[in-house]
Write a protein of this length. Structure first.
Ligand code: GDP
Ligand code: IMO
Ligand code: MG
Length: 426
């Protein structure tokens, strides 16, 4: 297989973890290139569930090398906990197969404190609904050129100096603005250094490792986190995450040339979900939305929050196809739509009396669009045991073909259940 990028094309939780795990079978390296432990990627193998936040979803395949690129933000405490969980499940997480770029920025205790303090202070309507994991404040420090990088764990004096400099500024915010106790340099230093012996053995130069891998003819899968409409530039700003989630960032986020990216697979849920605040044109605040949530088990892997649910939105998908250069789509959770009499697809928006095939770009406009729906017939059969395209009910196939037609992107895989073997290749 060539080099593949996997991105979620909605607002996250499309089922990226499942598809990455599935494709990892034919791949040598799996790389995370952005985001942090705001991600929650579920992988189910033989009925056993693993929830991964930082470690790439290829880790459950023996012998595959997993890399965490410079574009990721890594919480060393969470990383250690995830290692322990995987070790308890008998997974090999030795430094020879799980490696971290020395340039990866570290989420520090003050980033988490700041993320949560800010969210708590914001009025309703202004809250982002972040995961509270310190993602935004960590990326802010990276861009402000005052961040702590994973390689700094090998230089305790430098680490202490960086913490002291950061707290000089952050403690003013904590005490004067948020009414909190200041954080002490020693406490932060000790907490982070306690994780250092578990992180440092994994440090590597991801960019060089990938170059070497290609010299040896290996294939690489780039595992996106979050979704395209949570992208810091192209998403529903300001209700977004703090990294670029688009496929192009796979190159910058691990130090390779973009000409290495051969295939860009968009992971598309058969309906739409969103966690946290922000516009969501096809959201269903009714019994149908509740049914999708219940049937799809739509509760966050990271925070446990109920996910907002709604119909498929082709306007959002068209934008994703353009922003990523999608070559194909893996459609997930088609089984969740079994049982509906009719299924709706949002094919365009009405915005100020105009029909729009792409989302309006003005700030706040997405809050004011009205979805234009078409209806297709549903199907009643349980499809979770279907192994081939032809076994799917005709109405299910027609739904998939209509999504292809409306988006202009071929659907190469259809997932009909959470397990590896519940996937139909076309
Ligand atoms: P990710 O963040 O994109 O990796 O997705 P999550 O793991 O947060 O959420 C997707 C959820 O759907 C997980 O619980 C998966 O086990 C589950 N899942 C994935 N594909 C399917 C599918 O085709 N059908 C069903 N019923 N569940 C699926
Ligand atoms: P995966 O990889 C769904 C959302 C949060 C919030 C916004 C900003 O599992 O698809 P942040 O903590 O990143 O600053 O929060 O982004 N969010 C996600 N929603 N899936 C995710 O990851 C998400 N990661 C962040 O809910 O609205
Ligand atoms: Mg998730």
């Amino acid at each position: 297989m060539s080099n593949v990028v996997i991105v979620g094309v909605q607002w996250g939780d499309e089922g990226k973890g499942k598809i990455v795990d599935l494709l990892a079978r034919q791949i040598d390296y799996v790389v995370r290139f952005q985001g942090g432990n705001n991600a929650g990627h579920t992988v189910i193998v033989d009925g056993k569930k693993a929830a991964l936040h930082l470690v790439p979803s290829g880790i459950l395949h023996e012998g595959k090398i997993c890399l965490i690129g410079n574009g990721v933000v890594l919480d060393p405490v969470v990383f250690t906990q995830e290692l322990d969980t995987l070790i308890a499940q008998g997974v090999d997480v030795s430094p020879s197969r799980l490696k971290i770029s020395g340039k990866t920025h570290l989420i520090m205790p003050y980033h988490k404190a700041l993320d949560q303090a800010r969210e708590n202070k914001l009025e309703k309507g202004q809250k982002i609904g972040t995961t509270g994991r310190g993602i935004g404040p960590c990326y802010e420090d990276k861009v402000a050129r005052v961040g702590v990088r994973a390689s700094d764990l090998t230089d305790p004096e430098l680490l202490r100096a960086k913490i002291a400099a950061a707290l000089k500024e952050k403690n003013v915010l904590f005490t004067a603005l948020y009414g909190m106790e200041p954080l002490s340099v020693d406490a932060v230093f000790d907490e982070v250094m306690a994780a250092a012996p578990r992180v440092v053995p994994h440090l590597t130069d991801v960019s060089s490792d990938l170059q070497q891998a290609w010299k040896e003819g290996k294939s690489v899968l780039f595992e996106g986190a979050q979704g395209i409409h949570l992208d810091i530039d192209h998403g529903t700003y300001p209700f977004v995450t703090s990294s670029n989630t688009v496929s192009g960032n796979a190159a910058a986020g691990c130090g390779i040339g973009p000409n290495r990216l051969d295939r860009i697979i968009g992971i598309l849920k058969a309906y739409t979900t969103r966690v946290g605040e922000g516009p969501f044109p096809t959201e269903l605040n009714d019994a149908t939305g509740d049914l999708l949530r219940a049937n799809g088990g739509e509760f966050g892997v990271t925070t446990g929050r109920p996910r907002r649910c709604g119909w498929q939105d082709i306007v959002i998908l068209r934008e994703s196809a353009r922003l990523n250069g999608l070559t194909d789509i893996a459609l997930t959770k088609l089984d969740v739509l079994s049982g509906f009499d009719e299924i709706k697809i949002c094919v365009a928006y009405d915005y100020q009396g105009r029909r729009m095939d792409y989302p309006p770009q003005e700030s706040g406009a997405l809050e004011r669009v009205t979805p234009i729906y078409e209806s297709v017939p549903g199907w009643k059969e349980d499809i979770t045991a279907c192994k081939t395209w032809d076994e799917l009910p005709e109405a299910a196939r027609a739904y998939v073909l209509r999504l292809e037609e409306l988006s202009g992107v071929p659907v190469s895989m259809v997932s009909v259940g959470p397990d590896r073997n519940q996937t139909i290749f076309r």
